[in-house]
Design a protein around this ligand. Structure first.
Ligand code: BG6
Length: 545
């Protein structure tokens, strides 16, 4: 098959990629070619084995918006071996050609870079469709046959990446049927088999345990890749580099110096046509249980013994276990605020309240906003509050982690007309990706006034290259067998252990008709007043974003 992308080394190997300047120059010397490419700072790019990526739910929104554009971009970057094949599996009746036409349109609309016809044609030659029923074993037999013929025709060597992009209600039967036909088997000339699973991973602790048990019956944990797309975001990945590739932050990253931490995931969007999903989930299950608790674990974790999947996940899960999950009703009342947006204005547009959205109960008590205070009870963090807030229909989209440091022990400049704000480190996850450090400075004048100033790093001005989409990073890692950025079963359960008691308390309040436990906020505001009170009662306030 003709490939339009860069030539690749043998799949499954590491390819050396030259940086812009592959020569070293010492002052006063002529440019020299460096013998050892690694010394010259050449980058190592990992290329996965060829495989067949089987997408279950291949006609759904996620496949259109995220999965296919990500695969196309990996192909474009030369990171998807030319033999690699995508086999779309879904209920609808499509021919390969019809499916390709629809996906070309999707990639054209949702890819982060414009579609290049020659690369698309090359990619589309390995894009196939198989009509099947998730619940029928005979569909999986047909899938097995198709996979075998793809192995022969395209050289995918028996390697399979199964991607569950269906509604979660279909997960169990797909996994069970894969097991019945034995598609998950590895070894002895069969290649590898891995399974990527989308969130939501259960809706409470019990259902997550049950789903883990169902997976466990068919697959080994090392074959399971639970996606939390926040972990694939460049800025989230950079959190680890920021903390552990620098020597100056880690010594102050603890209760001695840190006053508190704020994590915000704000969205200006509403439920965007996903009313029935949101009625089941709410912000606590949709965002806190996964994205926010992942951010919390990355900020609070101890240095892992190695940059390797299990070492990393061991440390993250320890943080989640150290979060005090002893949510008595009184504590939920005191430390958690659930809110719901009422009608208002966002970005100059009038928007309806949550209860007026399609497929939403007009009396719904579902949380579209959550603010909470958590404590990580270990030696590093005891008594340092972690305040988390997330909501839909807030004034803007902004995700940030702010670490607020303690004031200096003694203020020497007591006579200065103004007192500077305490030091703050803000890690901007999105948008305006970057890192800001706030510190005190003397105002340039004859007197002595002290003010806060910012040192601000932005990715945009320091790096000229565009960051990959989270899904590109994650799918590539799954093909490479690197599970570092995927959540392990114990992690998922630990996170549900934090969120479930809170959800159960809310359900009890709803049963008892305790209406004042749901706080309304106007769309376009920063959430209910109760959220401000949550931090103000500790003498703190939310950062203005
Ligand atoms: C998803 C949630 O996991 O994350 C959505 O289901 C939310 O409700 C989205 O809008 C936010 O992701 P991002 O990448 O836009 O911050």
């Amino acid at each position: 098959m003709k490939s339009t992308t860069r030539p690749l080394t043998a799949p499954g190997t590491t390819r050396v990629v030259a940086p812009r300047r592959a020569v070293a120059r010492r002052p006063g010397t002529r440019e020299q070619t460096v013998e050892n490419p690694l010394r010259a700072g050449l980058r190592l790019e990992r290329v996965p084995d060829p495989c067949t990526i089987v997408i279950f739910g291949a006609t759904g929104d996620l496949t259109h918006r995220k999965i296919l554009p990500a695969l196309y971009n990996l192909r474009r970057a030369g990171l998807l071996p030319p033999e690699s094949t995508v086999l779309a599996f879904a209920r609808r009746n499509y021919s390969d050609e019809q499916y390709r036409v629809e996906m070309k349109d999707a990639v054209g609309r949702f890819s982060r870079v414009p579609l290049e016809p020659a690369i698309w044609d090359d990619f589309a030659a390995g894009l196939h469709y198989l009509q099947g029923e998730f619940g029928s074993v005979s569909s999986y037999r047909a899938l097995e046959e198709r996979l075998q013929s793809i192995d022969v025709a395209r050289g995918t060597r028996g390697n399979r990446l199964f991607y569950l992009a269906t509604p979660p209600s279909a997960y169990a039967e797909i996994v069970t049927n894969i097991g019945k036909v034995g598609l998950q088997k590895e070894g002895k000339g069969q290649g590898w088999a891995r399974m990527v699973i989308e969130k939501p991973f259960g809706h409470d602790l019990d259902s997550a345990r049950q789903l883990n048990a169902e997976l466990d019956r068919v697959l080994a944990e090392r074959q399971v890749y639970r996606i939390d797309h926040y972990l694939g975001k460049e800025t989230v990945r950079n959190l680890l580099v920021f903390r552990f590739a620098n020597g100056i932050f880690e010594p102050i990253w603890n209760r001695r110096y840190v006053d508190h931490v704020q994590i915000t995931v704000a969205e200006d969007l509403g439920v965007e046509g996903r009313g029935s999903f949101y009625e089941e989930a709410g912000a606590s299950r949709d965002i806190v249980q996964n994205h926010m608790l992942q951010l919390l674990s990355l900020v609070a974790m101890e240095p892992p013994i190695a940059f390797e999947a299990d070492a990393l996940r061991d440390e993250k899960v320890r943080v989640l276990h150290a979060v005090d999950p002893d949510w008595t009703e009184e504590r939920v009342r005191q430390d958690v605020v659930r809110g719901q947006y009422a009608a208002g204005w966002v970005a100059g547009k009038e928007v309806p309240g949550y209860r007026e959205e399609d497929e939403v109960d007009p009396d719904s008590s579902r949380d579209t906003f959550v603010a909470l205070k958590l404590e990580v009870q270990n030696w590093r963090w005891a008594d340092v509050p972690f305040y988390l807030r997330t909501g839909k229909r807030l004034p803007k989209r902004a995700t940030e982690i702010a670490v607020r440091f303690k004031r200096p022990p003694l203020m020497l400049f007591r006579d200065a007309p103004s007192e500077p704000e305490p030091n703050l480190l803000a890690l901007r996850i999105q948008p305006d990706e970057g890192i800001l450090l706030r510190f005190a400075s003397k105002v340039p004048e004859l007197g002595l006034d002290v003010r806060s100033v910012n040192m601000d790093f932005t990715y945009g001005s320091s790096f000229s290259r565009e960051a990959p989409e989270a899904y590109e990073t994650l799918i590539l890692d799954a093909m490479l067998g690197d599970a570092s950025l995927f959540t392990r079963s114990d992690e998922v359960e630990a996170a549900w252990g934090i969120v479930t008691p809170m959800n159960e308390t809310w359900a009890d309040w709803d049963d008892r008709n305790e209406l004042d436990t749901l706080h309304f906020y106007e769309a376009g505001s920063w959430g209910p007043e109760a959220s401000d009170r949550l931090v103000e009662r500790d003498g703190r306030r939310w950062r203005r974003l």
